[in-house]
Design a protein around this ligand. Sequence first.
Ligand SMILES: *Cc1c(COP(=O)(O)O)cnc(C)c1O
Length: 426
Amino acid sequence: MKKATECVHAGWTPTKGEPRALPIYQSTTFKYDNSEQMARLFDLKDSGYFYSRLANPTCDAVAAKIAHLEGGVAAMLTSSGQSANFFATFNICEAGGHILSACNIYGGTFNLFGVTMKKMGIDCTFFDPDALTDDEVRALIKPNTKLIFGETISNPGGKVFDIERFARIAHEAGIPLIVDNTFATPVNCRPIEWGADIVTHSTTKYMDGHASCVGGVIVDSGKFNWMAHAEKFPGLCTPDESYHGLTYAKDFGEAAYITKATAQLMRDLGCKQSAQDAYILNLGLESLHVRMRQHCENAQRVAEWLESRPEVGWVNFAGLPSSPQHALYKKYLPHGGCGVIAFGLKGTREQAIKFMDSLKMISIVTHVADAKTCVLHPASHTHRQLTDAQLQEAGIPADLVRLSIGIEDAADIIADLEQAFFQVAE
Ligand SMILES: *Cc1c(COP(=O)(O)O)cnc(C)c1O
């Protein structure tokens, strides 16, 4: 099926007399006829539901839809994008391991890898994908490196990750590539087709699309041959004592990685998505393809308009031919990227604040990627403790305004920006 059809139909195929809409299985537990049936489930010999921390039919239907959309073999929903990226990496990288990650990634993931996982004995090296040659990247891979990580379109910098290039470098070293595809969504890019092995999302963003539910997902391509690199991935390739000595990569084939993430990490750490939230996420997914088109068309128009304005110092949007990211954008995102634009407003911090306070329809919120256009000025919000010099060091100039373009009429978005520019000039 085509992506648009999968957005609407994949994951839930009711038969005679079943509800047309995806039902919410609001139950912690599931009933069986005898204890033997239950025992087989606990041994992972039969598949079935027994406790909603481990699996729930509503969540599984939505996970299956996202796995279809990404072209993967299996997926698991998590409680947030943060837990998705934590589980995705921790599933194959334990104490003593090393992560090689692009430096321009979401701030929360940067902290997760650089601070919190460090406390668990996992080391991380950050690299600038645009600044290094292939050999310089290879030189950063150590004997204990377990994966390479990057974002298809980085949040908030808008950098496009050269997935094919880093998949090749990872595979030469016998390790998988994990790609956070939150901003592009599978509607605009399918990282697995370019060689990524694992794909993650904060479903909080475009997938939900209405700023309603925090959530995440991990998708496995099923393509990485863990057994061929068994010495690097003992968690998948040697018996799990906490599961009667079964070996995931032997006993579950293509589904090994997601089975381990569910049977071990979800069992022990419990960052599950609720059936309610999965239902709402599914409503978002049903219109994802329609909304992404509108987000991208609007953002392209607004970015071109901003570039033409005398009040604007610079515009960072990979869809603009003037962007240094444009060649990668055309390769990986031929139908559009996402609705997030960063631009620099000429003038002082105070003028940037006046500009934002003058907006009428566009709201100031700490969020991106939902139906409603919103704006954030990192220098006076998320990064307000920093001086201008510190901001520059963090790659966030004091004049940077982040706009997340919604699905309203582009003319109304532009009119609101224009009247705010006029008010600043007064
Ligand atoms: C928001 C975001 C996350 C974290 O997701 P939450 O759902 O907020 O936990 C991770 N990666 C990217 C690219 C994001 O934009």
